[in-house]
Ligand binder design. Structure first.
Ligand code: SF4
Length: 343
């Protein structure tokens, strides 16, 4: 399967302003040196705790945020090197479904205005064509033409998210970022919206980036994935391989937090301590060392690279790959390299 999008050494830094004019108090390293590829037609999951940089990464993929360093290639073209008009045309192929269906829809617009707005801005369609297209989209997402002139306040959370999905696909995109699309919904309609996304993907041959902190959802619908921590990718590749044999201590800890009785005792009991550090002054070596139950002295100063450990499975951990000089500490015992198991 060929690549639709690839990121090469992408970093996104934001200055922290405050105090005197033009005085920068520091830099938020939201995304640091991320490289990954997304293939045509797949669902690529991005997981991690709040503040790990997953939304900034997704916004950078679709050109809403310009990277400080690195390249974003969409169908082989550097998105941020395109002339303005061409960028706008390419950007239409990349859309987003937002997390909160209550705040993402303008309450003063009716359904027709909400869904047709991207077409209206593009300015290529007649009123008649836009009405026909909106009706078609409503039927695709499980609503009907009777809903055309109703307002968001007339709908439930699940129905509003259906409107958000219809709006996102109104311009026939090929690449869709789903930013926690079900996290604000009741559990009862959570599965309905996920099923709808899967059906639409199959029908329209879309590629999805699925951002979530819910690993059960990622396990169910993602083909490949990246686990992020403090702006960096800790583990990435084929989802089945990562769920079957998570190699990074952070991935193991995230999986341990999922209440799934099929997980073995070791995973259940690897509990992550402490909070995610500030992205303004991230740790120098491995970004995870302050919370890692297996951190070694060298982890504090030597950043681990993201290295392929098997086909389509990359891990950034000295425990798995050894230190860059090819060695683990002499007294290091690999048999101790396992999560912090509590009795
Ligand atoms: Fe833990 Fe060291 Fe691996 Fe980082 S590199 S996850 S601190 S063992």
């Amino acid at each position: 399967m060929s690549e639709i999008l690839s990121m090469k050494n992408v970093s996104v830094h934001f200055p922290v302003k405050g105090g005197l004019p033009f005085f920068n108090r520091g830099v938020i390293q939201a995304v640091s040196d991320v490289s990954l590829t997304i293939r045509h037609g797949e669902t690529f999951g991005i997981v991690g705790e709040s503040g790990c940089g997953k939304t900034t990464l997704a916004n950078t993929m679709i050109g809403m945020v310009k990277p400080t360093n690195g390249q974003v290639l969409f169908n082989g073209t550097d998105l941020n090197a395109l002339p303005r008009e061409e960028f706008k045309r390419t950007r239409r192929q990349m859309q987003m479904i937002f997390q909160d269906p209550f705040s993402s829809l303008n309450p003063r617009f009716n359904v027709y205005q909400l869904i047709s707005e991207p077409m209206f801005i593009r300015g290529e369609d007649s009123e008649e064509a836009m009405v026909a297209r909106v009706v078609e989209l409503l039927e695709l997402v499980g609503l009907s033409s009777e809903d055309l002139y109703r307002h968001p306040s007339d709908f439930s959370g699940g129905q509003r998210q259906r409107i958000g999905i219809a709006r996102a696909i109104s311009l026939n995109p090929s690449f869709l970022v789903c930013d926690e699309p079900v996290s604000a919904l009741d559990v009862s309609i959570h599965a309905q919206i996920l099923n709808l996304l899967v059906e639409i993907q199959e029908q329209l041959k879309l590629t999805y980036v699925f951002i979530s902190h819910n690993l059960a959802d990622v396990k169910n619908i993602c083909d490949r994935m990246a686990v992020m921590y403090l702006g960096k990718v800790m583990e990435s590749g084929d989802s089945d391989k990562i769920f079957r044999d998570p190699k990074h201590p952070y991935t193991q800890a995230l999986l341990a937090a999922v209440l799934d009785t099929s997980f073995d005792e070791r995973r259940k009991q690897a509990i992550l301590q402490g909070d995610i550090p500030s992205p303004i002054n991230p740790p120098v070596g491995c970004r995870f060392w302050q919370r890692c139950p297996q951190a070694m002295e060298g982890c504090k100063t030597v950043p681990p690279g993201l290295i392929e450990v098997e086909e389509d499975h990359h891990v950034a951990c000295h425990l798995v790959n050894g230190f860059p000089n090819g060695e683990l500490p002499q007294d290091y015992d690999r048999t101790l390299a396992k999560p912090d198991v509590r009795s």
